[in-house]
Design a protein around this ligand. Structure first.
Ligand code: BDR
Ligand code: CA
Length: 316
């Protein structure tokens, strides 16, 4: 059983990944922590609570960061053209949900839960890395107590999606991402190299909804405008970025990987770029030296990943 804390900014693809984690038989979802990104943290937290209620998810939801790790960074507009104004594809979502979040801020929830389960917790982070960086700042020792960290973010040998070199989750808080990549814990980076080629078609999701009942119909409804957004890149379908990171937890054999130290560019025109120095490559002394070797995904068996997502979600 994999004990997981899911750090997320729901978010349409975040919602699919949440249902996957909730339903996969080998995952014990200990908590959901929210972060700003696809919308404000008020909105992403409300969305997480809404999905918790609709899908009967028992674990707590803890509200996280509302601004970047370095608070002097200027916030940009929320990507409403991707995830809708309400972060869930502008389906009907109540203003408030009558469930209270956990009283602790997300970083404290992460620290407490990791300390209560030493060596056992996988952090799956699919939004900006702010909560994870804050947890490390408040309690650096948790790095050695976490089992592993699996993130959706970055792009290495393919273009970014918010600039030619930067992916949204990293670009949204580069300083936090650099803290996470360079900490003394094992990070698996599931970036656009593998998520941009892992797409689910509208009809495939529609078929899932037919057999999955009300809960999968909700997922289908909230995904429709996100699928419309992706028409520039996907033939009537969507990239399922965040679910790919969740699949890695249970089926790492579906991914090709390299190892090396990873840094994040902070500032300038390449703000948010992720760069790996592959292990074994020799360079003069530089900024990648003496850092932990992380795992970077470079290949994926997309069809198997998509089927695995479907099978888990349809496990009622
Ligand atoms: C990432 O950015 C967000 O739009 C998605 O939820 C995903 O986590 C993809 O770049
Ligand atoms: Ca996300």
């Amino acid at each position: 059983m994999h004990k997981v804390i899911y750090d997320t900014d729901p978010g349409v693809d975040d919602a699919m990944a949440l249902l996957f984690l909730h339903r996969h038989p080998d995952i014990d979802l200990l908590g959901v922590t929210t972060v700003f990104g696809n919308a404000s943290v008020e909105t992403t937290t409300r969305n997480a609570l809404f999905l918790k209620r609709e899908w009967g998810i028992p674990c707590p939801v803890a509200k996280g960061a509302s601004v970047t790790f370095d608070p002097s960074r200027q916030e940009r507009a929320w990507p409403t053209w991707v995830h809708g104004v309400n972060g869930l594809g502008d389906i009907d979502v109540p203003e408030t949900v009558d469930i209270s979040p956990d009283p602790r801020p997300a970083y404290q929830f992460i620290i407490d839960t990791v300390r209560a389960n030493p060596g056992e917790v996988t952090l799956v982070a699919v939004g900006r890395m702010t909560n994870l960086a804050l947890a490390l700042k408040h309690d650096p020792d948790i790095a050695r107590l976490v089992k592993d960290v699996v993130i959706m973010g970055g792009s290495f040998y393919v273009p970014g999606n918010v600039s030619p070199v930067a992916e949204a989750n990293i670009h949204g808080d580069p300083e936090a991402a650099d803290v996470v990549m360079t900490a003394a814990w094992k990070v698996v980076v599931v970036g656009l190299d593998v998520t941009a080629v892992t797409t689910m078609s509208r009809s495939y999701l529609g078929e899932m909804a037919k057999s999955g009942g009300k809960s999968v119909q909700l997922l289908n409804d909230l995904s429709q405008s996100y699928i419309d957004f992706y028409k520039h890149a996907v033939e009537d379908g969507m990239m399922v970025h965040d679910s790919c990171a969740c699949v890695y937890v249970v089926a790492p054999e579906l991914f090709e990987t390299i190892t090396g130290s990873v840094r994040v560019v902070c500032g300038g025109i390449a703000d948010g770029q992720t760069i790996v120095k592959p292990d074994g490559k020799r360079f003069p002394p530089g900024d990648w030296d003496n850092l932990p070797s992380q795992i970077v995904c470079t290949g994926i068996q997309s069809e198997k990943v998509i089927d695995l997502i479907r099978d888990a979600i349809l496990t009622a």
